[in-house]
Write a protein that binds this ligand. Structure first.
Ligand SMILES: [Zn+2]
Ligand SMILES: [Zn+2]
Length: 371
């Protein structure tokens, strides 16, 4: 069997160090491994080539022989993988794909992430606010300090994994045997076993506690946004890290202002004489009283815009706008004198003269007059 130049296959120079070789091989292995390229004979071939090249060059004797003779023909077929450390390969994979691997180093279980909710008034959004949150979390047991072992006893090293938290499985495949590691089924990755469990936590190492913290909600927050409070979830077990607390923010509907992102909308109530003749009025904004210059002939539905009088944005920048929409108020009840005036107004402006509602007070009024 003749092989390609192993240096060319790995893409390294003749004086490549052991580290260079390993790096080059890991890169190719990640790229061409059959698990990543199912049913791809080309990738499979490339993976074999790279593995063969690495097997030759990572062995000093074989590498020297190749350097002298340019030949590796005498390397027996089944010998290629003898010198390849497949735990290396496994690591290369785990490093590349981010699965598991974490448990082996932490020898514990990370704490759960938790969720809490807070409700804000719209005006809280303007300035931001500190909100107290009461919730329940799993904390390290106060009796056993999280070890899970009864008072005066210690957790013992797990017999299955010898305290490693991980067990290694060897699998025979066409490219040789591959070692894979999984969390120890006996101790769940903790590396320790509890013979006499703590009564308070039943050996779990955790107990339920009430927690109260204060979260600072930034200005501009929108309904449904989530704040992450790092490390305030449940505690982990063993060397596991605590989880995070996710705080879902709700913003209450306001009676006067309708929110649209950083903008707010409100109504401006005016009377018919005000819109007809024009006026200067005050409008209560989110923070200040605003001056509104109502021009003569302003129509219902007209919108006044006040830039910078809306809400702040959660990522910073200028405040949004406040929009005030004109509503023209119609009196629900008028006196005889006013009714007379309105009728006169209708006559003078050439509009239809109201007959008044059927059987109503105006109808009666005009009805009387016609007699
Ligand atoms: Zn305990
Ligand atoms: Zn174990």
């Amino acid at each position: 069997m003749s092989l390609k130049d192993p240096y060319a296959v790995l893409g390294v120079s003749r004086d490549a160090s052991a580290d260079d070789l390993r790096t080059a091989y890991r890169k190719l292995a990640r790229q061409y491994h059959p698990d990543v390229n199912p049913d791809n004979p080309e990738a499979e071939e490339k993976f074999k080539e790279a593995s063969q090249a690495y097997a030759v060059l990572s062995d000093d004797e074989k590498r020297a022989r190749f350097d002298q003779t340019g030949s590796i023909d005498e390397v027996p077929n089944q010998d290629f993988f003898q010198n390849v450390d497949f735990s290396d390969l496994f690591e290369a994979f785990m490093g590349g794909f981010g699965t598991s691997g974490r448990a082996s180093r932490s020898a514990g279980r990370n704490g759960e992430d938790l969720r809490a909710e807070v409700t804000l008034e719209l005006l809280d959004v303007l300035t931001g606010v500190e909100k107290p949150i009461n919730y329940r979390r799993m904390a390290r047991c106060s009796v056993c300090s999280g070890s899970g072992a009864a008072h005066g006893t210690q957790p013992e090293t797990c017999g299955t994994c010898k305290g490693q938290g991980m067990v290694t499985r060897v699998q025979d495949t066409f490219i040789g045997s591959i070692r894979t590691s999984t969390t120890c089924p006996t101790c769940g990755g903790a590396g320790k076993q509890i013979k006499s469990p703590c009564e308070n936590c039943k050996g779990r190492g955790l107990e339920v506690v009430d927690a109260d913290i204060s979260v600072s909600v930034p200005p501009g927050i929108e309904d449904g946004m989530t704040l992450r409070v790092s490390g305030r979830g449940s505690d982990g077990v063993g060397a596991g890290a605590p989880g995070d607390l996710y705080v879902v923010v709700h913003v209450k509907q306001d009676a006067r202002f309708i929110r649209n992102g950083a903008d707010v909308h409100t109504d401006l109530d005016l009377t018919f004489p005000q819109v007809a003749l024009g006026d200067k009025v005050k409008l209560r904004g989110l923070t200040d009283e605003l001056d509104v210059n109502v021009k003569a002939g302003t129509q219902p539905g007209h919108e006044f815009r006040f830039k910078g009088e809306g809400l702040p944005r959660v990522h910073g920048g200028a405040r949004g706008s406040l929009f005030a929409r004109v509503r023209v108020n119609v009196p629900s009840k008028v006196t005889d004198d006013v009714a007379e005036l309105l009728r006169k107004y209708a006559e003078m402006t050439g509009g239809p003269i109201p007959k008044g509602e059927e059987g109503g007070f105006l109808g009666t009024l005009f009805g009387k007059k016609k007699k």
